[in-house]
Design a protein around this ligand. Structure first.
Ligand SMILES: C[S@@+](CC[C@H](N)C(=O)[O-])C[C@H]1O[C@@H](n2cnc3c(N)ncnc32)[C@H](O)[C@@H]1O
Length: 269
């Protein structure tokens, strides 16, 4: 039942999707405020061992960080201004700010609790967090070099609006880097919506096996945390949300009835 609710939330009426996900993420960031939980994505583990060097304190988040590194792979971030849409608990924007030498990173999320939590958990001179909706980005036209978006857009009521907002806030020739999952048919539709927003496709890669590999590697740790920290009546919801082995989302990714893609687009110059 819980699994069906989470899956239904990826494809229900736009207003319900927005409201339900906002309620869920507000609750999560309001109730679970620990330092030890900085990411909310499924992770990425490449086929060959990653060469990404991380500090000891970031090592335990490697799988989640690797998804960010994949999203931005091949895009020059040095000295650039970046906007993350759907920055969650802030760990991804903090990684980008500290490791990829940008001039400035703004992490944006529509959950005010998540933004507040991110400000408390992560500090860097080139990093700020702001509250705002992906479908109405609260920034002017043409001000970012790169907009990136990690496993967040499946929550949005209107992705066409989001892609056109991302396009609007980018400078000419700016990059839009996107990673998320959809059914194969919806994935094609999302790519068409990106083109309709005015983007040129720079690259697109299906990364489902690398995401499933990460889910396998992290399964034990997630189950341990869920059993220690989550009250009994909520454990099944958390297990489904976290995509543990046997959850509906895990099984659909494994069968590739849901596919996970890393897509990079460019605004025309
Ligand atoms: C699965 S979490 C991923 C968070 C983060 N990117 C990460 O990888 O850890 C999805 C995030 O998207 C945010 N979100 C959902 N809908 C949004 C919207 N319309 N505008 C801005 N943020 C949104 C949620 O509040 C949540 O923090």
């Amino acid at each position: 039942m819980i699994a069906k609710v989470f899956l239904a939330l990826t494809s229900c009426a736009p207003w319900l999707k927005r409201a339900a996900w906002r309620w869920w993420y507000q609750r999560l960031a309001g109730n679970y405020r620990g330092q030890d939980w900085k990411f909310m994505n499924y992770g990425y583990e490449p086929e060959l061992k990653s060469t990404l060097t991380l500090s000891a304190e970031d090592e335990s988040d490697r799988l989640f960080i690797q998804l960010y590194a994949k999203a931005l792979e091949g895009v020059d971030t040095h000295g650039k201004t970046l906007l993350e849409v759907g920055s969650g608990r802030g760990g991804g924007a903090s990684f980008v700010a500290r490791y990829l030498a940008p001039q400035a990173v703004t992490g944006m999320d529509y959950s005010a609790n998540a933004v507040q939590l991110s400000e408390r958990l992560h500090k860097a001179p080139n990093l700020v967090y702001r509250c705002g909706s992906a479908e109405e980005i609260p920034f002017g036209d043409g001000i970012f070099d790169i907009v990136y978006n990690v496993e967040s857009s499946h929550c949005y009521g209107d992705t066409a609006k989001f892609f056109s907002e991302a396009h609007r806030v980018l400078k000419p020739a700016g990059f839009f880097c996107w990673v998320d999952f959809r059914s194969p048919k919806l994935m094609e539709e999302e790519h068409q919506r990106m083109r309709n927003a005015g983007f040129e496709m720079a690259s697109d890669e299906e990364i489902t096996p690398c995401v499933v590999r990460a889910l396998d590697l992290i399964h034990g740790r997630k189950m341990e945390v869920i059993s220690q920290k989550v009250p009994g009546f909520l454990r099944n919801s958390f297990a489904q949300f976290a995509g543990v082995q046997g959850s509906e989302i895990y099984e659909l990714l494994k069968k590739r009835e849901l596919v996970y893609h890393a897509t990079r687009c460019r605004k025309r110059s």
